[in-house]
Structure formats: structure tokens, C-alpha cells
Design a protein around this ligand. Structure first.
Ligand code: DON
Length: 573
């Protein structure tokens, strides 16, 4: 008995040493630079697609070292907090959809929660108007972070390697630094002017106030200390002890609401996925507090009555049909969706195929059905979230979307910790008449309440056929996340496109209000635009929609694609 325990200890210790050696090798080798990264990869044993070449390399190395898809996903999650600080995080939250090798599909909600001190009208000024400076830029904007608990809980349930092993790559990247790509250096440079009054943030993101340049090594020693605490102590390393003290001290000093009782009470929640069927495929996605799974299922249900595959991908006929479907689903989102632990979301009704049919009774193939084009929300382009996909040789699949909400969250770093905080509170319907930063409206279902989770659009999604893996996808993009995922699925299932085509294809988006079709600038022809206008639609060009880092499985082969709209990479073997 005793010798069995001792042997197990040594086997474990050796495996982990090997894993660490492999990881250290790939990172110090310096082969992981944006320049050498590939947006596409194929393999049969493991695949990772993320928006950060360093994080993709970490995931692939963890798989090679004997970790499973969850070990890789957790290591990637921590690595992204270092190498993709726009959205990768310790101070934010996310959702994971996991398929275990036995076929069970389960989701982990690690969304932020409103602190217990939150109140319904906390972002309204004396005149009752939404103060988006408060909901986006202040310490009040932060919900209680869920990412660290989420990644650790995920790892505890499914991981094979030790916690220290899956945290090691992130720690090494933070402590030793990594070489800044043009894109990341550029994004940080753009951010600097906004950090003038945020000394801890300026310290993290600049070299004593001087902007880092592409090609320089960026080290984050404070973040390394926090990662070390998590590696040593697990959950307590973040939610109690010196890190928690630093967070609550900063919140008290700066008028934020997160207190020790919020951190103590935070717990990620296992939830059943939303399951839908579309043309013989099983689609699993996120349940409330995300609206993603319900809306995706609703839209696929509505579309299943139409010959989508017979329509050209960018044709006015298909864009019109999708718009009408999206209009109806997003109208329901406004009224019915919120945290189901606090509000009775009519989930079964919304995803019922019969309801989808009834909803489309008013559909006219030639005419826009609602003309509610009154308020055109102002789109901010600085939004950022990140999605990644992982699969291993046993068919374990992970779709994980994580965010600080806006790019770099509320841009406040907690002094001494390197932790950048989220501004997720803006995802609540803080006002019933004014939209949030994504132009989204909401009602009682998504009103602010203490301890409640704000409604999300994140849509990490798994597609299976006859219980075999087909597709892992998801995206950032605020309200456009759900329609991005929808279009990737249609491109694969209905249009039979390769994954690279399906991900790179032009995207359009409609969300009921504002009543306008968004399209990617320069990617819709003048004749298609004219045709859609003739049907009664308004259109507006915007920059890229979504970043769908995805994996497709065909005959046992994994095709990984990092969306060319961002700076990511796919890595597999
Ligand atoms: O949870 C949500 O729906 C938003 N906070 C996501 C933000 C986002 O995708 C920004 N990305 N580009």
C-alpha cells in the first residue's frame, strides 16, 4: 500500500518534471513568436486554436506532455492572462463548454457576479440617465471575478496534470517575459494615454511611462507573483490572502464595491448546456446567464425550415433571411433573458421548435418585417473578448470564451498584483431605456441585483454528430458573438465550406435594435447592399465582426483555424 503511494508520487513527480521541461523548452527556445505562428494547423492527436500564438503553443505542449484538453484549456486560460491582456484575464470571467471522453457535455459558468453592495440604479445619474463612464471606466464597473475559480474548478474535475504544471507556462511567461508582437505592442501603445491617471496600470503596461516597442521583451513581475500564489494555494491564492486584500483595499480606496464577502461567496457553477438539433447535428452551447445558447438554438430552429444550403453565402436572399431570424431572437433577448438564478427565463419555450415556427409566421422573403429604425446605437470599436478551442486525442473537447468586457476591461490594475479588472457590470441593463456599449437593451430580467450575474452573449459551442466531435467554435464581439457563431455553423453545415473558409468568410449582423444590418467594411458588394435596401433594410459598415478561433474534425483529422481577423495561431499534432 505504502509503496504504491510512493511509486505514484514519483511517477506523478516525473511526469510533471517532464511537462515543465517541455514547456520551458518551447518557451525559452523562442520559437513562439507571432511571426512564426500559423493561423491554420492539422493534426490527429491534439489541437488548440487561440488568439495568442504563445498561448496556443502552451496548449499544444501541455497536450504533448500528456495533459488532456481540459489541462490544455486551463493552461491556455492562465497564459492568455499574460500574453493577451486585452481579454485574457484573472480579473474577469467566462464560460466553458466541455465534452468529456465518455460523451457527457457539461458547461462551467464562471461569469462575474454583481457585488453584494450593488443596487439597481447604481449607474443612473440624478436625472435618471445612464452614466456609462461609471459603468465602463470606474471601479464600480467591476463584477466579482470568476476566471480563477472557474479555471481551477475545471481543472479539479477533469484535469490529469497537477495544478502547478498547468500554471507553470503562464508563470514563466509573466516572470521571464515574452517578445511583443507588432499588434500587441500597438494595442498597448494606444492604451497608454488612457492610463495617465491609473498609476498601477501604467506601471504594468509601460517601461516607466515609456511605451514598449514591438520586438521588446515584456515582463509582468507582479502578475507572476499572483500566479505563483494561485499555483501554491489554489483558490485561496486569489480569493483570500494578500491578493484578496490588495483587491478589496483598492476597491475601498477607489469607491468600488468588491469586498471580502464577495470574494468568499464567489463560486463557478456547473450548468447543463442548451442543446439543440440542426439538420441532424447536435449543438451544445451556453445556458443563462449567457444568452448565447438560447439565441443560437432559436435561430437555428427558425432557419431549419429554409433551404439555407441552396442560397449563396453572401446573397441578399440569405442575408435577408438571417436578419429576420436575428431580429426576432434578439427581441426576445431584450425582454426575457437574464440570470436564471434570479429571474424566470422561459428557456424551454424559447428553444422549442414550435415556437420558432410561430415566430417566423410573419416572415416575408421580400420585405424587412419591422421598421423600428429609430435609435442607432453607437458602436465602440475597442471591445474585446477572446475565444479558444481545444481537442485531444480522446475526443475531449473544450470551447471557452473569456472576457474583461471592453478591451483591457476598466483599465484599472490592482496595485502589486498585475491583475487587470473587468467592466462587466455594463452588461446589465442598468437603464431600461438606454442601451449598453453594444447597443443592447434590456429589462427587469437583466436588471442589476446583488450577487446576480450580468447577461452575456458569449457562445462557446460544440457541435457533434452521432455522438462524435464535429466542430468547436465561439467568438468575441459583444452582441455579434451569437451571430458570428451562427454563421460559422451555417458555413460548415449548410455551405460545406472548409473551416478556413467558414471562419474567414464575411459576416453580417442584426440585433433587432438598432434596426440595422452591420456588415464588415468592403466585404459586401454594392448590388447586394442595394438589393437589401430595396427590401427595406438599413445597413452600416463596421470593422471586423468576431474572432472565431475554431476546430473542425473530419474523419478523425483535426483542422485548427485561428481567425485571420486577429493575431492568433492554431497549433496541433
Ligand atoms: O459577455 C458579453 O457578452 C460581453 N461582455 C462580451 C464582450 C465582448 O465580446 C467584447 N469583445 N469583443
Amino acid at each position: 500500500m505504502m509503496s504504491g503511494v510512493v511509486t505514484r508520487f514519483w511517477v506523478q513527480a516525473l511526469t510533471q518534471l517532464l511537462a515543465l521541461a517541455l514547456i520551458a523548452a518551447v518557451l525559452s527556445w523562442g520559437g513562439v513568436t507571432a511571426a512564426s505562428a500559423e493561423t491554420q494547423a492539422v493534426g490527429r492527436q491534439g489541437m488548440v486554436a487561440t488568439s495568442s500564438p504563445e498561448a496556443s503553443a502552451v496548449g499544444a505542449q501541455i497536450l504533448k506532455a500528456g495533459g488532456n484538453a481540459v489541462d490544455a484549456a486551463v493552461a491556455v486560460g492562465f497564459a492568455l492572462a499574460v500574453t493577451y491582456p486585452e481579454a485574457g484575464n484573472l480579473g474577469g470571467g467566462g464560460f466553458a463548454v466541455v465534452r468529456a471522453p465518455d460523451g457527457e457535455v457539461i458547461t462551467l459558468d464562471h461569469r462575474e457576479r454583481a457585488p453584494f453592495g450593488a443596487t439597481q440604479d447604481m449607474f443612473l445619474d440624478a436625472a435618471g440617465r445612464l452614466d456609462s463612464n461609471l459603468s465602463l471606466e470606474s471601479h464600480l464597473a467591476s463584477g466579482t471575478p470568476g476566471s480563477v475559480d472557474g479555471l481551477l474548478v475545471l481543472h479539479e474535475r477533469f484535469g490529469k496534470l497537477s495544478r502547478e504544471t498547468v500554471l507553470a507556462p503562464a508563470l514563466i511567461l509573466a516572470r521571464n517575459g515574452f517578445v511583443l508582437s507588432e499588434t500587441l505592442a500597438g494595442r498597448i501603445q494606444e492604451l497608454l494615454p488612457e492610463l495617465r491617471d491609473r498609476p498601477a496600470s501604467l506601471r504594468k503596461f509601460s517601461d516607466g511611462g515609456k511605451a514598449y516597442r514591438a520586438g521588446e521583451t515584456w515582463r509582468q513581475p507582479d502578475l507572476a507573483k499572483t500566479l505563483q500564489a494561485i499555483s501554491d494555494e489554489g483558490r485561496a491564492g486569489f480569493y483570500s490572502g494578500w491578493v484578496a486584500k490588495a483587491i478589496t483595499h483598492e476597491m475601498v480606496q477607489q469607491g468600488g464595491l468588491i469586498r471580502q464577502q464577495d470574494l468568499d461567496a464567489y463560486a463557478a457553477v456547473w450548468r447543463d448546456p442548451i442543446h439543440g438539433r440542426y439538420r441532424g447535428f447536435d449543438v451544445y452551447s451556453m445556458a443563462p446567464p449567457s444568452s448565447g445558447g438560447i439565441l443560437l438554438t432559436q435561430m437555428l430552429n427558425m432557419l431549419s425550415a429554409y433551404p439555407v444550403g441552396a442560397l449563396q453565402p453572401d446573397s441578399p436572399e440569405l442575408i435577408h433571411l438571417m436578419t429576420e431570424v436575428e431580429r426576432r431572437a434578439y427581441a426576445d433577448r431584450t425582454e426575457h433573458l437574464g440570470d436564471a438564478d434570479f429571474y424566470p427565463v422561459p428557456i424551454q419555450k424559447l428553444i422549442d421548435p414550435g415556437y420558432a415556427k410561430a415566430r417566423m409566421q410573419s416572415y416575408d422573403p421580400n420585405k424587412a418585417s419591422l421598421s423600428s429604425a429609430i435609435s442607432h446605437g453607437v458602436w465602440q470599436e475597442s471591445e474585446q473578448t477572446t475565444h479558444y478551442s481545444v481537442i485531444d486525442g480522446d475526443g475531449m473537447m473544450v470551447a471557452l470564451t473569456t472576457t474583461l468586457n471592453s478591451s483591457f476591461g476598466n483599465k484599472w490594475v490592482i496595485p502589486g498584483t498585475g491583475i487587470l479588472m473587468n467592466n462587466e457590470m455594463d452588461d446589465f441593463a442598468a437603464s431600461t431605456t438606454e442601451a449598453n456599449q453594444y447597443g443592447l437593451l434590456g429589462n427587469t430580467a437583466n436588471a442589476i441585483a446583488p450577487g446576480k450575474r450580468m447577461l452575456s452573449s458569449m457562445t462557446p459551442t460544440l457541435v457533434l454528430k452521432d455522438n462524435a466531435p464535429v466542430l468547436i467554435t465561439g467568438s468575441p464581439g459583444g452582441s455579434t458573438i451569437i451571430t458570428t457563431v451562427l454563421q460559422v455553423i451555417l458555413n460548415v453545415i449548410d455551405h460545406g465550406q472548409s473551416l478556413a473558409q467558414a471562419v474567414a468568410a464575411p459576416r453580417v449582423h442584426h440585433q433587432w435594435q438598432p434596426d440595422v444590418i452591420d456588415f464588415e467594411k468592403g466585404r459586401l458588394s454594392g448590388t447586394v447592399i442595394a438589393d437589401l435596401k430595396a427590401r427595406g433594410h438599413s445597413l452600416q459598415a463596421r470593422s471586423a465582426i468576431g474572432v472565431a478561433n475554431s476546430i473542425l474534425v473530419t474523419d478523425g483529422q483535426f483542422e485548427g483555424v485561428a481567425d485571420p481577423r486577429d493575431m492568433g495561431a492554431a497549433a496541433g499534432f
